[in-house]
Design a binder for this molecule. Structure first.
Ligand SMILES: Cc1cc2nc3c(=O)[nH]c(=O)nc-3n(C[C@H](O)[C@H](O)[C@H](O)COP(=O)(O)O)c2cc1C
Length: 414
């Protein structure tokens, strides 16, 4: 018989999953997920701006059946929500494999970070619709090798994340994360583990988290540690648009450029042959006071939405947020923290729980707004405050976009 006072593992909102994650995870691991940089203005605006948009629901004439399905880069998905790549360690022993299984079970796409804790081969085995994410790090040969490996594993698209600018200080303090779990680190982190016995027990069944990044493993050595890989990235000269074009051509397959907030950059993404972009500010972990992505979405979708697929990520915590992003021109959204909270709260089932909540919330919005399909969502479904949108980098018209750096040779080390 179950304990009568045992908590129902199902949670009814993403914020409840976050509360459970906070209770379950060691404080350092939880703080690494909350993230955000400097004042934390951007992550606050990501969620706050979504709440500023208001729905205009109907009272009757609702549709009895509603279609929430769509496709992204040619892959049919049962709801317009994808897993955004997150390079996070030690949340759960099954890590990205559990997330990939949950995404497969709910009929959607898994985005796998190159800084993830599980190898791309295992993740693709768990979800055949996996997109592999790469940063501009290492030499061109390193990048070619990593792309070859992801392609051979069966990754269906490449996500190039290019917005990172190493702005990492946080006014409320960064957690101390060890480079590897050696004896010294275990002694230092023992007090955090002792106060989180559930998390500790789960890991005790699987062994200690090794904090390495297997997808960046060189052919002739062990996988680097997270901070070893981060060091390589910091030393890599940043890419020009010619470099990005090279990356796109070298990959050859479907290519999603993540991190766009400006209209002119969205046009450049079209120019280099990207198939999709994500309007993203890295969940507010990057350059603080970048506006909420939902504010940047409309102008970008209006400008390039007929030339490539426009996705959005940042601040999505409920199905209504998904409906708002679609109404302003996104084809689908990607989620980060929402599924991380679910994973921490209840493993694979917790991620499924999050995807179910987003599906139910989206369905409620489509029902209330009187539609039979997500394709019918439009700005007319919303009340949009004046001066809500941010049109960044829109001075230049199409064809007048300066290339922004014109390196034609390999500027990277190696
Ligand atoms: C802890 C954490 C780690 C992340 N790591 C990566 C990463 O490795 N690669 C990447 O492209 N984006 C990364 N992101 C950004 C997410 O893919 C996504 O853009 C962001 O989380 C969306 O905002 P949300 O968390 O409010 O949903 C990370 C985000 C968080 C919170």
């Amino acid at each position: 018989m179950e304990w009568p006072w045992k908590q129902n593992p199902w949670f009814e909102t993403v914020l409840e999953a976050q509360r459970r994650a906070k209770k379950r995870l060691p404080p350092s691991v939880y703080a690494a997920l909350v993230a955000g940089s400097e004042r934390g203005t951007t992550p606050r605006d990501n969620t706050g701006a979504l709440a500023e948009l208001e729905f205009a629901p109907h009272v009757a004439g609702h549709q009895p059946e509603r279609d929430l399905s769509t496709s992204v880069l040619g892959i049919p998905i049962s709801l317009p929500v994808l897993i955004s790549p997150t390079g996070v360690q030690a949340v759960h022993p099954d890590g990205e494999v559990a997330v990939a299984r949950a995404a497969a079970a709910r009929g959607t796409i898994m985005g796998l970070s190159s800084f993830a804790s599980k190898p791309v081969e295992e993740v693709v085995a768990a979800n055949e619709n996996t997109f592999f994410q790469l940063y501009w790090t290492g030499s061109r040969d390193d990048m070619i090798r990593r792309m070859d490996r992801a392609r051979a594993a069966g990754a269906k698209a490449l996500i190039a994340t290019l917005d990172w600018s190493f702005s990492i200080g946080r006014d409320w303090g960064s957690p101390q994360i060890p480079d590897k779990m050696d004896l010294q680190a275990m002694i230092r982190f023992a007090p955090e583990g002792i106060v989180r016995p559930g998390w500790l027990l789960e890991w005790a069944k699987h062994g200690i988290p090794d904090l390495t990044v297997p997808n960046l493993q060189p052919p002739d050595g062990p996988a680097p540690t997270f901070f070893g890989a981060y060091g390589e990235w910091m030393q890599t000269p940043p890419p020009s648009w010619d470099d990005v074009r090279w990356l796109r051509e070298e990959w050859g397959g479907r290519f999603l450029l993540k991190g766009i907030t400006r209209v002119d950059d969205a046009k450049r993404a079209v120019d280099i042959g990207a198939d999709a972009i994500s309007v993203s500010n890295h969940g507010g972990n990057n350059l603080d006071t970048t506006p909420a992505t939902i504010r940047c979405l409309g102008p970008i979708a209006d400008s390039v939405g007929d030339q490539l697929e426009v996705l959005l990520d940042g601040g999505v915590r409920r199905g209504g947020d998904v409906a708002k992003a679609l109404a302003l021109g996104a084809r689908a959204v990607m989620i980060g923290r929402a599924y991380l909270w679910g994973l921490a709260a209840n493993g694979q089932t917790g991620v499924e729980n999050v995807l179910d909540l987003l599906r139910m919330g989206l369905d409620s919005a489509v029902l209330g707004l009187g539609h039979s399909s997500i394709d019918e969502l439009s700005p007319a479904d919303l009340w949009i405050p004046q001066e809500f949108s941010r049109t960044l980098g829109a001075d230049a018209g199409a064809g007048e976009i300066a290339p922004l750096g014109s390196a034609t040779e390999d500027t990277t080390k190696g």
